[in-house]
Design a binder for this molecule. Structure first.
Ligand SMILES: *[C@@H]1O[C@H](CO)[C@@H](O)[C@H](O)[C@H]1NC(C)=O
Ligand SMILES: *[C@@H]1O[C@H](CO)[C@@H](O)[C@H](O)[C@H]1NC(C)=O
Ligand SMILES: *[C@@H]1O[C@H](CO)[C@@H](O)[C@H](O)[C@H]1NC(C)=O
Ligand SMILES: *[C@@H]1O[C@H](CO)[C@@H](O)[C@H](O)[C@H]1NC(C)=O
Length: 275
């Protein structure tokens, strides 16, 4: 009888100690979750930004020059068309070509150009990089075949600010031949797919891979990072300080409850012993 009572009260204590230990451990993990939550609402607003770009494509079919229609008619550019659409660049071109003072030159890679890329090349890109890749194939002026020789290198593209050394594209000519170099890819401009006073589309047999995406320059910002860990430590310290306070409170609560339980167990023990 007494043995049972002792075992009973000991097991109650053990269960309770476990309870204390687990509740003590929880406060440390809990503060991490609230930090994640605020970051999530930030990403959902992104998709709505894309949506407005596309409706522009649907309403007016008779107005501005439609690049994707031209490419579709020419045939053999289905991957480029898909990317023009999915990145929203097609919609932007369509809207801007409505303004007769704006012109573009597009280097359209063929489907076989895309299929010659290393497997997974496109899938490895973020949405922004896909957009930049497509914009890298577009110059914001109309360049006729005979005018390429007038360009000075690096030639600006829609992808980035060449004056900042971003997305450089070099074009060299010799006779009728127009060569394009990205630093990663050399190719020669193929046939003319389309040409009017606002738009020129040329075939290229290679996808123009920009250095900025496929061979990023080593970040010069590496040095400042070494001074930053201090702020990381500061940030790391305050949460642990907070959890220490939580722990102390939890321990105090546990002690109170434990005393009560020991009392109850002792009473139970003596009651059992008495009978
Ligand atoms: C093109 O411009 C005209 C007149 O400025 C405007 O009415 C029309 O909605 C525009 N179309 C597109 C597709 O932007
Ligand atoms: C263009 O590229 C071809 C083949 O790569 C090369 O033979 C030719 O010399 C290049 N021309 C110019 C002007 O760079
Ligand atoms: C492009 O041309 C510029 C100026 O001529 C030159 O400095 C640069 O190295 C060239 N880049 C490539 C990738 O050919
Ligand atoms: C591109 O052509 C230049 C010379 O015009 C050459 O130095 C370079 O190695 C070529 N790059 C590739 C990837 O073929």
């Amino acid at each position: 009888m007494t043995k049972q009572a002792v075992i009973f009260s000991l097991s109650v204590l053990l269960v309770f100690l476990f309870h204390c230990i687990t509740t003590k451990a929880q406060p440390a993990a809990a503060p991490a979750k609230p930090a994640d939550a605020p970051t999530q609402p930030a990403s959902p607003p992104a998709p709505p930004a894309k949506a407005p770009a596309q409706p522009a494509e649907i309403p007016v079919q008779t107005g501005p020059t439609d690049v994707t229609k031209i490419l579709k008619k020419a045939g053999g550019y289905s991957v480029f068309i898909r990317l023009l659409k999915s990145t929203g660049v097609a919609g932007q071109l369509f809207g801007q070509l409505n303004d007769s003072s704006i012109g573009f030159t597009i280097f359209a890679p063929t489907d076989s150009a895309f299929s010659n890329l290393k497997a997974g090349t496109l899938n490895s890109l973020s949405d922004l990089q896909k957009t930049q890749l497509i914009q890298f194939h577009i110059l914001n002026t109309v360049v006729t075949l005979t005018n390429f020789q007038t360009l000075s290198n690096p030639v600006p593209t829609e992808a980035g600010d060449v004056s900042n050394n971003e997305f450089p594209l070099n074009i060299t000519t010799a006779g009728n031949q127009v060569n394009i170099s990205t630093g990663l890819v050399n190719t020669t401009v193929g046939g003319t797919v389309y040409s009017d006073d606002q738009l020129a589309i040329y075939q290229v047999s290679k996808v123009l891979l920009p250095l900025d995406i496929f061979a990023p320059k080593p970040k010069v910002a590496a040095a400042p990072v070494s001074s930053k860990p201090k702020t990381n430590e500061d940030a790391a310290e305050s949460p642990s300080g907070a959890s220490k306070v939580d722990e102390a409170a939890a321990v105090r609560v546990c002690r109170h409850e434990m005393l009560a339980f020991i009392g109850v167990a002792a009473v139970a023990f003596f009651v059992m012993k008495g009978t």
